[in-house]
Each structure stands twice: as C-alpha cells, then as structure tokens.
Design a protein around this ligand. Structure first.
Ligand SMILES: Nc1ncnc2c1ncn2[C@@H]1O[C@@H]2COP(=O)(O)O[C@H]2[C@H]1O
Length: 706
C-alpha cells in the first residue's frame, strides 16, 4: 500500500502540470481560494469522504491478506499504514483541489478583464438600453413595443444616419464599415477603379491622349492614385471587423490584420509606380498604369455592399451584369482599334476605315461581333480570322453566361408572383374540371386576387421560416403592432404572452358575406380583426349583435373550455372584405397554460359576453310573447289531422281546441291561447331548424307559465 501511495504522490497528471504553471503566476489573484483548505467545510467533507473510501479499500485489503494467514504482521503494520495513507491522500487531494481552484480563478479573472476591455456589443448595449428605457417607453407607448433589440440595426448599413460612425471613435480613428460615410468613401474608391479600368485601355489604344490634353488626363490619373493611397494608408487599416462576435477596435490589431491580408498586398501592388517608366517609354504608354486594375476587388465590394443595403437589390444586380457586358465590349472595341491601327486604318474592308468617331464605330463593331447581330465584315487575312473567332467565342461564352445571370435575377425577383399565378391557374383549372358552380369559381378567384393585392403572398408565415425565432417574433410584432396595440383584450396581458402569441397568428382573408363562425359549431380557432369589419349575428334573422372592427377579438368563448360552452355562441359574418388573424385553440391554450392571469381575463370577457347574450335572448323572447297577438297562420299538422278525425263536438276535440275551459274565449286578447299546443311561427332559415325548435319549445313553456 505504501508503494501505491508513493506512486500516487510522485504521479504528475498533465493537468496538474498546467495548473502548477498557472497557480504560480496567480497566487495573489486567487486570494479567496488560497485560504487553508481545512477551514473550508466542503473541503473537509471531501477529505473525510475520501478518507473513508480509502479506509474501506484498506479494510478489504486487510481481509484478503488475513486470509493468507499472515495476521500478526498486518495487524501491527496496518494501523500505521492506514494513518500514513490517509494523510498522504488528503494532502494529495488538497493539492489537486487547490490547483484546480487557482486555475479556475485565473481563468475567471482573465475573462473578466476581457469583458471589461471589450467594447460594448450590440446585444449588451441593447440589454442596457432596454433596461434604461423600460420605465419610460413602456409607460408612454402602448403595451406592445418592438424591441428590435439590440441595436443590431447598428450592424446593418444605415443610410439614414447622418455622419454617424465613420470615425466613431475619434481618439482611435476607427472606421465603422457600416457607416454612411464609409459607403461614400467606397463609392469614391470604386469610381477611381472604374476610371482606371475604362480609361487605361482607351487611352492606350485610341489616340485620345494628345500633348495638349495630357495634363488633364494626368491630373485625373494622380487624383485616382491619391484616392488609392488614402484608402491603403488611412482607411483600410482602421476598418473595424467582427471577431468571434466582438468588434475589434484596437488600431494595432486592425493594422496588423490588414497588413497580413491578401487585400493589403493587392492594394500595395495596385499602387506600383510604374509611371516612372514614362521617362523611358514616353507618357503615351498608358498601359504602364495596369497595376491599378489590381484594386478591382474594391469595386465588387462596393457593389455587394449596396446590394445588401437596398431593399430592392435587383436593379443593382442587373446594372452590374450590364456593366460586365459593356466593359467586355469596350475592351473588344479597344482591341479592334489597336488591331486596325496595327494593320493600317482603312487598309482593307475588315479594319476600321477611319471615318467618323473612332470609339463609337469600334464599339459598334465590337457589339455586332460579340452578339453576332448584324452583318460583320469578312476577314481577309488569317490574323483577322483569328480575331473574329476570338470575338465570337467571347460573345458566345461570356454573353451566354451574362444573359443567364440576368434571367436568374429576373426570375428570382418575380418568383413569388410566378408561383402565385401557377397556383391560381391550377386551382381554377381543377374547379373547372369538376364543373364547380360559376359563382364558387368566381369567389375563389376573387379571394386569390384580393389576398395577393393586400399581402403580396399567399402565406405570410412561410416567408420567414428560415429566420431565428427571436428575429421572427420581432418582425411579426413590427408587422402586426398596429393591430395588436388596438386589441383591448391584450392591453393587460403580459408582454411575454403577446410575443409568444404573435408568431402563431395566421393571416386569413374573408370575402363579403363569408360566414366565419357558425353558431353551434365546435370552436377550434380564435380571431382578431386585422382590417375590415365582421358582424356577430344574433338569434333572430340578421339581428346584428355587434359589429367588430380592427383590433377586436372574437371566437374565444368556445375555446376557453368553459363548461358547456365549447360550441360557437353566435354566427360571425364578414361584412365586406376582412383580413383576420387566426389563432388555433392549441396555440392559445399552450400560451395560456403559462399565463393564468391572461386566461382569467379571457374568461371574464367571455362570461360578460355570455351574460349580455343571455339578456338579449331574454329580451327577444319577451318581445315574441308580447308581439304575438295573431293566431298562428298554420297549426301543427298532426294536430290538424287529429282534429279532422275526431267528431267536432266530442270532448277530446273541445279539449284540444279550447283547453280545460272546454269553450271558446270571446276576448280577442286570449286568441293567442286558442290552440294551447300551437306554436308561434318564427321565421328562420333552414340551417337553424334545431335552434328554432328549441326556441319554440321554450316560448311555449314561458307562455303557459305566464
Ligand atoms: N354579443 C356579442 N358581442 C360581441 N361578440 C360576441 C357576442 N356574442 C358572441 N360574440 C363573439 O362571437 C363569437 C362566436 O364564437 P364563440 O362563441 O367562440 O365566441 C363568440 C364571441 O367572441
């Protein structure tokens, strides 16, 4: 056993090595953990437990050994071994725990320092701001406010912000890549790149640079170079970037990162001053400025930046593709002119004949060749054939690619509309094939048209499926906030409940006259009026109990599980076009299960509505009783037959006719009691026959009681 412990003590675990190194450095930092472990009750507990375990192991050792018959030797030595082992073990464990605690506190300290140093992240800003603003915003605004938290918007290009963020930290001169000014700077740099890309081949092939205008060209050239220089020296090394979710704003790190990047190499190469060679080859040799092309990446970057920025980026995408085409044609025009001057202007039918504006004519030629439109001049020499072949190949491959791109862009832009049209066509075709009534077909078409016109999609919810839950909630709240703020039912509800509910809302459109809820049906959904009006219809035909407009809630009574109230209590009809939010029973119940107060609120509202309806119904019955002076137009068929069969003067006939009095009542007031079993006729449509019977029965009882 002694050996074992000695071995244990001498054993160096890999983590112990690391921890040793750390602990030596951080003895002072981890002051709280450097107290003697014995004083710590937890540690004592650990030590004791371990000690007991070791004792147990020793006991079992003892047993096995005593079975060998060497009792006397072990009996004496075992006590000392036990004591020694326990001490050694507790020492060993204590050391290891101390190392661990030291290491943890070092790590915690390092993390703390890092957090303090790190600039506020969008989310940290937001959470702080949310807390700060909480009292003011909530009290001033309606219940539901969008918390697009997180000032995350700051990370997105914000073109409306004035002068915000370019040097958002003046002392360190950090450039915010999402600021408006950086966007302007990128635009300026992109223009310089475009200038070089367009003008270098132009001046190199066409005789547009003369002795007289050379200073002007050169001024533009060096202005562009200055922009390149400023970008490389002042701007790019200061552009902050995100690393592991944090903005890196340390200028030293930014500079070092930029200098290590491929972009830096390209930027430096693009500034290569080959212009000095003008001294040897002359200032006409503009091609010496070709390194300026190496900054083209700035141009693409600018385009993708604008692409992200605009809500409708298709225009940008198409113009970028068109620009590729134009540039290729431009290069081809330059090549054609160079080729013509090399062969001799106007020397044959193929080359440029020198008449008119050289650039326009060559551009026209290049366009014709590249697009294979129009009659091309016939090449006469092999080199001309090669030139033409090259131009055509370029036309076929490059233009096929570009046109394909444009088609993709356009089809992406119009995809939802195309899908909508396809769906409408398929649905109407299906209905035609089944010979559905014309009116129904017309209504379906009307529904499609109206839904598309108002929503631009048939299912709003699927659009955002790929977004994270929090973002979807924020968007949904933003979209529906106007309506939800008008929902009085939600006025006292917990905001968390609303955030939970908002994502479950499904937008549905109803046409004029559509029945949304049918009295007596089992309720499965609840509704919120988003726009338009709906009417709650009472028992009597077309009696409008209430007209509900934006923000009203209905259809909740049958969902709340109030005993005996799981069916719709009234008909609800769309009055004109209405756009509603639908919330399923399951979603409502799932949300309410976490918010009993909201459930109580809904219950209260449901009960007050039910009371109101009951009162209305009572009033209605009373009206029927009072306004029922006429004898029924028709009496029950069975009664009629029985009366015909029975002799008119028989007792039974009289009883049936006049009741227990056995004779007619002369007072016309009692006419209504002429036939005890005859019922007042209430005009109802066929669908409500059941209700009608029930209602008639009730009226009879009521009347006989009175
Ligand atoms: N008198 C009323 N005024 C307004 N709304 C009503 C009235 N009676 C019923 N409703 C609503 O109409 C809905 C019909 O379906 P529910 O019974 O589920 O829930 C009902 C209530 O939301």
């Amino acid at each position: 056993m002694e050996n074992i412990f000695r071995f244990k003590k001498s054993m160096v675990y890999p983590e112990q090595l690391n921890l040793d190194q750390i602990s030596s450095k951080t003895a002072q930092i981890a002051s709280w953990c450097s107290e003697p472990l014995e004083e710590n009750s937890n540690n004592i507990h650990v030590n004791e437990t371990l000690k007991n375990n070791i004792d147990n192991i020793d006991e079992s050792d003892e047993t096995s050994r005593s079975s060998d018959g060497d009792d006397s030797v072990f009996a004496n030595s075992n006590i000392s071994i036990n004591d020694e082992a326990t001490t050694a073990n507790s020492q060993f464990i204590q050391d290891r725990i101390r190392h661990l605690v030291d290491a943890f506190s070092t790590r915690a300290q390092a993390a703390r320092e890092r957090i303090i140093e790190t600039p506020a992240t969008p989310s940290s800003i937001s959470s702080r701001e949310t807390i700060e603003h909480h009292q003011t915003v909530i009290s001033m605004k309606p219940k539901l406010s969008i918390s697009f938290s997180d000032k995350y918007t700051e990370d997105l290009p914000d073109i409306s912000a004035k002068n915000k963020g370019f040097f958002n930290n003046l002392e360190n001169s950090i450039v915010d890549p999402n600021s408006k000014l950086y966007l302007i700077w990128m635009c300026i740099t992109a223009m310089s790149v475009l200038y070089n890309a367009w003008v270098i081949p132009l001046r190199n092939s066409f005789p547009y640079q003369t002795k007289e205008n050379r200073p002007i060209w050169m001024t533009f050239d060096y202005l562009a170079d200055l922009i390149y220089l400023i970008d490389t020296i002042l701007i790019q090394p200061r552009v902050k970037y995100l690393n592991e979710g944090f903005w890196v704003t340390d200028t030293k790190i930014l500079r070092a990162t930029y200098m290590k990047s491929k972009r830096f190499k390209l930027d430096v190469l693009s500034l290569l001053p080959l212009d000095f060679l003008y001294v040897i080859w002359g200032p006409e040799c503009v091609i010496l400025r070709f390194p300026r092309f190496l900054k083209t990446h700035t141009f693409w970057e600018f385009f993708s930046f604008v692409d992200k920025l605009l809500s409708n980026p298709y225009v940008i995408r198409i113009s970028r593709t068109l620009m590729y085409m134009m540039y290729l044609i431009h290069l081809n025009a330059c090549a054609y002119y160079s080729f013509s001057s090399w062969e001799g202007i106007g020397s044959n039918n193929f080359v440029f004949n020198g008449k008119g504006n050289a650039y326009i004519k060559c551009f026209y030629f290049a366009t014709k060749t590249a697009t294979s439109i129009g009659k091309n001049p016939k090449p006469t020499q092999e080199i001309e054939y090669m030139f033409m072949t090259f131009s055509w190949l370029m036309g076929v491959f490059v233009f096929a690619l570009l046109i394909g791109q444009i088609r993709d862009i356009i089809s992406t832009a119009t995809r939802s509309k195309t899908e909508y049209r396809k769906l409408v066509d398929e649905t109407l075709e299906y209905m035609r094939r089944l010979n559905m009534p014309q009116d129904m077909q017309r209504r379906v078409q009307l529904w499609f048209n109206y839904t598309w016109e108002t929503q631009r999609t048939l299912d709003e919810n699927t659009i955002m499926d790929c977004l994270p839950h929090k973002m979807k909630t924020d968007i949904a709240i933003n979209v529906h906030i106007q309506t939800l703020n008008k929902v009085t039912l939600f006025a006292d509800c917990d905001e968390a409940l609303l955030r939970e509910l908002v994502l479950q809302l499904r937008s549905v459109i109803y046409l004029p006259g559509d029945i949304i809820c049918k009295k007596g049906d089992v309720g499965k959904e609840m509704y919120i009026v988003k726009s338009g009006k709906v009417q709650v219809i009472g028992t009597a035909e077309n009696e409008v109990l209430a007209t509900l407009s934006e923000g009203s809630v209905f259809g909740e009574i049958s969902l709340l599980g109030i005993p005996g109230m799981n069916r719709r209590t009234a008909d609800v009809r769309s009055h004109g076009y209405s756009n509603l939010f639908v919330l399923s029973k399951a979603d409502l119940n799932a949300a309410l299960s976490h918010y009993p107060e909201a459930q109580e609120l809904l219950n209260k509202k449901a009960k007050s509505l039910m009371k109101k309806n009951a009162a209305l119904e009572r009033k209605h019955k009373a009206m029927i009783v009072i306004n029922n002076p006429k004898s029924p137009a028709k009496q029950a068929k069975l009664l009629d037959t029985v009366l015909k069969v029975l002799p008119p003067q028989s007792r039974s006939n009289r009883l049936l006719r006049y009741g227990s009095r056995g004779k007619p009542i002369t007072n016309p007031e009692y006419d209504k009691l002429k036939y005890r079993n005859s019922l007042p006729i209430i005009q109802t449509n066929n669908e409500n026959k059941e209700d009608e019977k029930r209602f008639q029965a009730k009226v009879t009882v009521h009347r006989s009681m009175s």
